[in-house]
Design a protein around this ligand. Structure first.
Ligand code: NIG
Ligand code: FE
Length: 416
C-alpha cells in the first residue's frame, strides 16, 4: 500500500490545467481552486479538490494540516541551465560593466573558454558537489526539475566527466536533473583540426557512449558567429537525430540563423532568441518548437529581453528558463528572472507561470509534470500568501515555505 497524504487547507491552488500549449493567456483563464487540498499517493497526485470534500471522502489518510494562508503551484521547471561548472567569471562581469567588449574580455582570458579551463581542472567529485549545491538552491526556490548542460569539457573525456557528474548529482538529489550534451558549445581552442572535424569526432565517438551509458538523450548546439554556423551543425544534428537524440538549440542570441536550424531539425526548443526579428518570430510561431526566453542572460549581459510578447501574440509556445551559467547568467534565480521578464515584456501572470511550469515541461518532453492533476508527479510548492498574484508581484522575493518533490516534503522553511 502506498502512503496517502492529504495536504490542506490551501487558500489558493493554481493547478495550471486546461490551458493551451501555444499563444497568449489571460489571467481569467487560470483555474484557481479556493480552500483546496492535494491528496498524494506515493510519488503521484491522487486527487485535487476542495479540502472539506477530500477530507470527508478520505477520512483515514494521513493529514498534513496547514496553518495560515497558502498558495500552491506546480513545482517550477527550469528547462535550460549550465549549472555544472568550475570556477567563476566575476572578472568578466566586472570588465563587461566597465565597458570592455566581448573580444577584449576573451583576449584577457575570459569567456566560455575560461570556464572550460576551470572545469577541466576540477575533479568530477568537485563538480558533483557544486552541482548539488546549486541545484539545492533552486529547489528551495521551488524548482523541482532542472535541465543541466555539459559544454565546458569540450573533449570526449571532459564532456564525459561533466555528464557523469550530472548523473551522480541527480542520483543524490531530490530534484530531477535532465542532462543535455552541449559539446557543440564552441570549437575547443586546443583541438587540432577544423570545427567540422571536432563535431565529427564528438558525433562518432561521444554520441555512442552517451547511448551506451544512458548519460543523456538530448543534444544542444550554440549557433552563432563565434560558435557554429547552420551549415557546420547540419551533419551533427542529422547524426544525432538518426541516433534517436532530441535536439535543442542555442538560437538567435546575438545574430539570427539558429531558430531556423531548430525548426528545420524539429528541435524541442529554440532558446535565447534575443535577436529574433519578425521573420523568426513568425516562423517559430508556425512551428512546433518551444521558444525559450532566458531573462537571466539578458540581465547578466545587460542586453534586450527576448521578444516574448510578440512571440505569444503570434501564437508561439513560450517557456522561460534561467540559463544559470558562470558567464552570462550567474544569478540563477528562475522566479525572480521570470517576474522581471514579465514586467518588461508585459506578460500576464498566466503566461509567466505557464512558462516555468507546463510549457517548460513540454520543452523537455516531460508529460508527467508541470501541472497539478491526477496521475501527475506530486511536485509542488507552497507559498505563505492567500493571493497567487503576490508571487510575481514580489519579483522572487517571496520564496516557498514548503517544497514537495515526488510526494515527499523536501524543503520546509520552518525547519531550514
Ligand atoms: O547560454 N550562449 C552560449 N552559452 C551560454 C553562455 C555560456 C558562458 O558564457 O559560459 C548561454 O548564455
Ligand atoms: Fe545557455
Amino acid at each position: 500500500m502506498k502512503r496517502l497524504i492529504l495536504i490542506g487547507p490551501i487558500k489558493q491552488l493554481v493547478p495550471m490545467t486546461g490551458l493551451p500549449l501555444n499563444g497568449a493567456l489571460s489571467d481569467h483563464q487560470l483555474l484557481i481552486i479556493e480552500n483546496a487540498a492535494i491528496l498524494i499517493e506515493g510519488i503521484q497526485i491522487k486527487a485535487i479538490g476542495k479540502f472539506e470534500t477530500l477530507k470527508t471522502q478520505y477520512p483515514k489518510v494521513e493529514l498534513q494540516e496547514l496553518k495560515g494562508d497558502h498558495t500552491c503551484f506546480p513545482g517550477f521547471i527550469d528547462s535550460h541551465t549550465h549549472l555544472c561548472f568550475g570556477g567563476s567569471r566575476a572578472n568578466d562581469y566586472a570588465m563587461r560593466n566597465a565597458g570592455r567588449t566581448y573580444l577584449e574580455i576573451a583576449k584577457a582570458g575570459g569567456g566560455i573558454w575560461d570556464t572550460v579551463v576551470q572545469t577541466r581542472k576540477a575533479t568530477k567529485e568537485n563538480l558533483v558537489k557544486n552541482t548539488k549545491k546549486r541545484a539545492n538552491r533552486h529547489l528551495k526556490n521551488g524548482v523541482t526539475t532542472i535541465e543541466v548542460k555539459s559544454g565546458y569539457g569540450l573533449s570526449v573525456e571532459e564532456e564525459l566527466k561533466m555528464l557523469h557528474a550530472i548523473k551522480e548529482a541527480d542520483a543524490a538529489l531530490a530534484t530531477d536533473l535532465i542532462a543535455t550534451c552541449l559539446a557543440a558549445h564552441m570549437t575547443p581552442k586546443d583541438f587540432e583540426g577544423s570545427a567540422a572535424a571536432y563535431l565529427e569526432e564528438i558525433s562518432t565517438v561521444l554520441f555512442p557512449m552517451l547511448k551506451a551509458e544512458n548519460l543523456c538523450h538530448r543534444i544542444d548546439a550554440f549557433i552563432e558567429e563565434s560558435a557554429f554556423s547552420a551549415l557546420q551543425i547540419a551533419p551533427y544534428f542529422k547524426k544525432a537525430k538518426e541516433m534517436g537524440f532530441d535536439i535543442t538549440v542555442h538560437a538567435d542570441q546575438f545574430s539570427t540563423g539558429g531558430s531556423k536550424v531548430a525548426i528545420d531539425f524539429g528541435a524541442l526548443s529554440a532558446d535565447h532568441l534575443e535577436a529574433s526579428t519578425e521573420t523568426e518570430i513568425e516562423q517559430l510561431a508556425k512551428s512546433k518548437v518551444i521558444a525559450t526566453a532566458l531573462p537571466g542572460a539578458s540581465i547578466g549581459l545587460g542586453c534586450a529581453f527576448t521578444p516574448c510578447r510578440k512571440l505569444l501574440d503570434k501564437g508561439a509556445a513560450l517557456a522561460i528558463a534561467s540559463d544559470h551559467n558562470p558567464g552570462s547568467a550567474p544569478m540563477g534565480d528562475l522566479l525572480t528572472q521570470a517576474a522581471i521578464l514579465g514586467a518588461f515584456e508585459k506578460l500576464t501572470n498566466a503566461e509567466v507561470l505557464a512558462g516555468i511550469t507546463f510549457r517548460a515541461a513540454a520543452a523537455l518532453k516531460l508529460s508527467d509534470r508541470g501541472k497539478l492533476e491526477e496521475g501527475f508527479l506530486a511536485d509542488f510548492s507552497l507559498f505563505h500568501t492567500g493571493n497567487y498574484q503576490e508571487i510575481l508581484y514580489n519579483q522572487g522575493n517571496l520564496k516557498p515555505c514548503m517544497v514537495w518533490k515526488k510526494g515527499a516534503l523536501v524543503f520546509d522553511k520552518h525547519k531550514g
